[in-house]
Design a protein around this ligand. Structure first.
Ligand SMILES: *Cc1c(COP(=O)(O)O)cnc(C)c1O
Length: 365
């Protein structure tokens, strides 16, 4: 059996390093907002090339905190609009609605599944304040065109980096492309903790200070509250784990890229639409997503051959019950994506033999 993702296998090579880091935390007697969080924030800031990193509880709350901080700073108001891709994972959209702002869904490109920058302008109104760009499946969703539209209409760019830690474009990493970014370190992400964890990155001093207070009850100083904040802190144990795993992020992303390269060059089957591969670092292959019209049949065929797949994602946000007010709207590209995508196993725990087997079985379909 080739599992879609075996986290035990992924973490096994660093098991003893992780145990040592965890023991240090236990022995320190300090478990919340201590040295490990501060050190991780510094190291991740230098890794991403940003001034500030604020550790948070998870990816969703990272995005919620950025938007909330913009409200506290008077940049956004209730009812303002934020553009977001119609095919994103639901969390990007919830971060907007949770703040009483309005998500404006914009269709992606079918060739890279990311926001179509040519559709931005016609979706901008007087209320539009930001573009929440999502580096979906690990591929950077940022371009000169997107930046130019943001500049022209005075929009903030917020990055959803949950799937793209370590991706880079022209020497700039995700997290440093827009005004602020939210990361998730959910265990299956490219940089994965051993539980929930997240971070906000930004170069903006005021935004950073506001997020830092908001994640800790809105307090800058213990027992004195500037804002009505929340509790969304990165804890010491997860920070200790992330400090170990950050050292290996680049080499593991490189391994993912090599697997993607093999898949793209060696899978040859007209029934399968493969992603585009380019030999730069703008894609860290969090997921290897292909499209096929007979998705269920194909997934069953692979499973019969001992290969597990997952669908990211089966139902678009506008068709979810949670967004019943959007259920009658049409986003044909997003719908087509959600009806036809299937993700092949791609992770740094795979052996060459397993990669070859996936290729052969796809070719024999
Ligand atoms: C995982 C993910 C999130 C949410 O992260 P959590 O840590 O699970 O809250 C947000 N956006 C995208 C695109 C994701 O993949």
């Amino acid at each position: 059996m080739i599992p879609f993702l075996d986290l035990k296998k992924i973490n096994a090579p660093v098991r003893s390093e992780l145990l040592e880091a965890i023991a240090e935390v236990i022995d320190s007697g300090w478990y919340i907002l201590g040295k490990k969080v501060v050190t991780f924030e510094q190291e991740f800031a230098s890794y991403c090339g940003v001034k500030h990193v604020i550790g948070t509880g998870n990816g969703l709350e990272s995005l919620i905190l950025i938007i909330r901080a913009c409200k506290e700073l008077g940049i956004f108001d209730d009812g303002d609009e934020i553009i977001v891709p119609s095919n994103t994972y639901i969390a990007s959209i919830l971060a907007i609605t949770e703040n009483s702002l309005k998500p404006i869904l914009v269709e992606p490109n079918l060739d890279n599944y990311n926001l179509d920058a040519n559709l931005l302008e016609k979706n901008i109104s007087k209320k539009t304040k930001a573009i929440l760009t999502v580096h979906l499946y690990g591929q950077i969703s940022y371009s000169e065109k997107l930046q130019a539209v943001a500049d022209q209409y005075d929009l903030k760019i917020i990055e959803d980096c949950a799937q793209a830690a370590g991706a880079e474009m022209n020497g700039r990493k995700t997290g440093a492309l827009g005004n602020a970014a939210g990361f998730s370190f959910y265990p299956s992400k490219n940089l994965g903790a051993l539980g929930d964890a997240g971070a906000v990155t930004t170069d903006d001093d005021k935004l950073a200070a506001t997020v830092r207070a908001l994640r800790n009850y809105g307090s800058d100083k213990k027992y004195f509250n500037t804002f009505k904040g929340i509790n969304s802190r990165l804890d010491e144990l997860q920070a200790a784990v992330l400090l170990v795993k950050l050292k290996y992020l680049d080499s593991q992303n490189e391994k993912r890229r090599q697997i993607a390269k093999r898949y793209v060059t060696e899978i040859k089957n007209e029934k399968l639409a493969l992603p585009l591969f380019s030999d730069d670092k703008s894609h860290v292959w969090h997921l290897f997503v292909i499209r096929t019209d007979q998705r269920e049949e194909f997934a069953k065929y692979l499973l019969d051959q001992g290969i597990e797949t997952v669908i990211h994602y089966p139902l678009p946000p506008h068709q979810q019950q949670a967004f019943i007010e959007w259920n009658s709207l049409n986003y044909p590209i997003s719908e087509k994506i959600h009806q036809t995508v299937v993700s092949l196993p791609l992770n740094e725990g795979m052996t060459e033999g397993e990669i070859t087997r996936v290729i052969e079985v796809c070719n024999a379909y």
